[in-house]
Design a protein around this ligand. Structure first.
Ligand SMILES: NCc1[nH]cc(CCC(=O)O)c1CC(=O)O
Length: 310
């Protein structure tokens, strides 16, 4: 296989480049002689900094130009954080392979406190995620939950400057960027249910490109794939936009799959949580069943109101 090449499309952020390089390393190790080349692509989401995700058309703003590159044939695969990929892919593309999941939990970082439950009334905790903010407000109502902006380095500096008493970020991103030592504690999913796909790297390619799919098969992780199928089925059935706090988390115990889900009001006044369990072979059905349960328990009204506001 000497002289063979594969082109990997990626955004230019530090985290995206780390993930693309990780996939490059996995592919080259699995296929001696294969050379993987990174192609950095600037997306609408990267370019337009002054508008909300919603105004740009949602998560798709960060993948649009990369998917165009796949369809045009200027790249062979696209490496994504699964959490950031819209579930509906363009015609002709699929996302057949996920790599072994990194820690999916949210991380709590503080210079003074060991856990949100240890923080005094009025202490300020920063997050930019609706899902994290909603859960923190609902579970720790005495805290001041505040918006925080900027990349990971900026947020760590704001914590050190004392602008916040604590912040919450994905453990996976911190570990990948070399900040694992800044993590005070990992939050139990019962306190902060992770986002669907958090900690998972997914690889998208052209449906018709069998040769690439065959190469990707060598680096996929079976357990992560089962968990991702359940979380994506939940996500797809919920049809939630980025304006509704939502979490989804599947865990495998042998052949048993447990899927937890959550939908909340953005102000934390309401959390709807439920879980289902069943055979791993029925991952997608379990995800859909959980979505139907949550919708029946009031998530439908929350989603409808959010769509009305959008
Ligand atoms: N939304 C941004 C984003 N997308 C993926 C990660 C972290 C890595 C991952 O979850 O796979 C992050 C940062 C964060 O949420 O703190």
């Amino acid at each position: 296989m000497s002289g063979e090449r594969i082109r990997i499309g990626t955004r230019g952020s530090k985290l995206a480049l780390w993930q693309a390089n990780h996939v490059k390393g996995l592919l080259e190790a699995a296929h001696p002689g294969l050379e993987a080349e990174l192609v950095t692509i600037t997306t609408t989401g990267d370019r337009v900094q002054d508008r909300s995700l919603l105004e740009m058309g949602g998560k798709g703003a960060f993948v649009k130009e990369i998917e165009e590159g796949l369809l045009a044939g200027t790249i062979d695969i696209a490496v994504h954080s699964m959490k950031d990929v819209p579930v509906e892919l363009p015609e002709g593309l699929h996302l057949p392979v996920v790599c072994k999941r990194e820690d999916p939990r949210d991380a709590f970082l503080s210079l003074q406190y060991s856990h949100p439950s240890e923080m005094p009334a009025g202490a300020r905790i920063g997050s930019s995620s609706l899902r994290r903010k909603c859960q923190l407000m609902a579970r720790f109502p005495e805290l001041e939950v505040a918006e925080i902006r900027g990349n990971v380095d900026t947020r760590l500096r704001k914590l050190e400057d004392g602008q916040y008493d604590a912040i919450v970020l994905a453990a996976a991103g911190l570990r990948r960027l070399g900040w694992a030592d800044r993590i005070t504690t990992l939050l139990d999913p019962a306190d902060s249910l992770p986002a669907m796909g958090q900690g998972t790297i997914g690889i998208e390619c052209r449906e018709a490109d069998d040769a690439t799919l065959e190469r990707l098969r060598a680096i996929e992780d079976g357990e992560t794939a089962v968990r991702t199928r359940a979380e994506w089925a939940l996500n797809r059935r919920m049809q939630g936009g980025c304006e509704v706090p939502m979490g989804g988390f599947a865990e495998l115990d042998g052949e048993r799959l447990r899927v937890r889900g959550l939908v909340g009001e953005p102000d934390g006044s309401r959390l709807i949580e439920d879980a289902v369990e069943g055979p791993a072979a029925e991952a997608e059905r379990l995800g859909r069943d959980l979505a139907d349960r949550l919708l029946g328990e009031g998530a439908d009204a929350i989603l409808e109101r959010a769509r009305g506001r959008a």
